[in-house]
Design a protein around this ligand. Structure first.
Ligand code: AMP
Length: 350
């Protein structure tokens, strides 16, 4: 895919959403050209940042990125695409897999990420503690969270301890065609504790794993419920959603760091084994920490997460590795720069 590319004039490219401003900001700091693919309705907002963006490609809809003329234009700019958390959601998995533009990151992980079950299996095979899983419609033991496939941002999830409710609601979902088969649903132990989203960066060039930060997702309605007195809550009859509206910084207790580091290292090793060459760059393990400081991971993201936007100037951890402001956006560009200098760009692209 690098054939015909001018390696002295690479452009770091992404879709204008999610963490794109952080990505182009970091790329500029590392001396790269930058490119944003933007839809017309967002163009005015993003043009404010034209000091960070050298090239804009305007599209009618995100999927146009897979059209011949947009792909040609990306290639003419020697674009390396940074797929962020919204990328697959916007362009679709088929477009993402077939796009003939080099990706910074592990493209084959996208397929795993398309299936909740495959994701949990990858975590399990890594030896990372995960919540218990119950067969949909089968016996449960305590509080469970039920996840329907395609439910975005936790909307459509429900929490219950009643098997009857699980069965009834899954049957309703089938009638409404939100579900083809009961086995598509995930019935998972509801973890009691506090949520933590831990950001990592694996460098194939330096052959090291870095913890780049942590955050808490601020989710509506669940995070607002504590503002309502319990009596009123009982009367409200509300099915709370987990819609992410923002991110809050989190600095972990230092004694937790070796544990989460070990989880990250296990994840890296499993991806190397099952999906060679293995994870490249940023990823996130999403978990709940309980009262005994036990950590279980209920989800992962194989790319830059929006929680890193908090640390545009570096996080308390990135300072320890780099002693200079190092956002994850900049860290991506630094990795590409290091790979270029060593003549091994192919090591960070798929
Ligand atoms: P997800 O779509 O898997 O990222 O989940 C959305 C939100 O649901 C998370 O950010 C958590 O707040 C919550 N959640 C998901 N799985 C669990 C679990 N097993 N136990 C407790 N909360 C969970």
């Amino acid at each position: 895919m690098l054939e015909g590319y001018d390696l002295d004039r690479l452009a770091i490219a992404t879709l204008a959403s999610h963490s794109s401003l952080q990505i182009v900001h970091g790329a500029k700091k590392e001396g790269f050209e930058t490119l944003l693919v933007v839809t017309e309705d967002r163009a005015q907002f993003y043009r404010q940042f034209d000091h960070l963006v050298d090239h804009f490609i305007l599209v009618g809809k995100w999927r146009d990125i897979c059209s011949e003329h947009v792909m040609r234009s990306l290639r003419e700019h020697n674009a390396i695409l940074i797929p962020h958390g919204s990328f697959v959601e916007y362009v679709g998995i088929d477009c993402a897999l077939s796009l003939r533009i080099p990706f910074f990151g592990l493209r084959s992980l996208l397929k795993v990420e398309a299936s909740q079950r495959a994701k949990m299996e990858l975590l399990r095979r890594s030896g990372i503690p995960v919540p218990r899983d119950f067969p949909p419609g089968g016996e449960i033991d305590g509080l469970v969270i039920v996840k329907l496939p395609g439910a975005k941002g936790g909307r459509g999830y429900f929490v219950t301890s009643s098997l009857q409710e699980v069965v009834e609601r899954l049957e309703t979902a089938i009638r409404r065609r939100e579900l083809n088969d009961i086995n598509e649903a995930i019935v998972q132990e509801y973890l009691v504790g506090v949520t933590a989203y831990i950001h990592y960066f694996y460098s194939p060039i330096l052959n090291r794993l870095e913890i780049t930060g942590a955050d808490i997702r601020y989710e509506s309605d669940v995070d607002g419920l504590k503002r309502i007195p319990p009596r009123a809550l009982a009367e409200l009859d509300l099915e709370p959603t987990f819609t992410v509206v923002g991110n809050i910084p989190l600095v972990l207790r230092e004694s937790l760091l070796p544990i989460v580091y070990e989880y990250g290292a296990r994840f890296v090793n499993t991806t190397k084994e099952l999906l060679p060459p293995g994870i490249i760059g940023p990823f996130c393990l999403e978990g709940v920490i309980d009262r005994n400081a036990g950590i279980k991971i209920f989800e992962f993201s194989g790319r830059i997460v929006a929680g890193t936007n908090i640390y545009l100037d570096g996080s308390p951890y990135s300072y320890l590795y780099w002693d200079e402001p190092m956002s994850v956006g900049r860290r991506i560009a630094r990795e590409i720069r290091l790979a270029l200098e060593r003549g091994v760009l192919g090591k960070v692209l798929t």
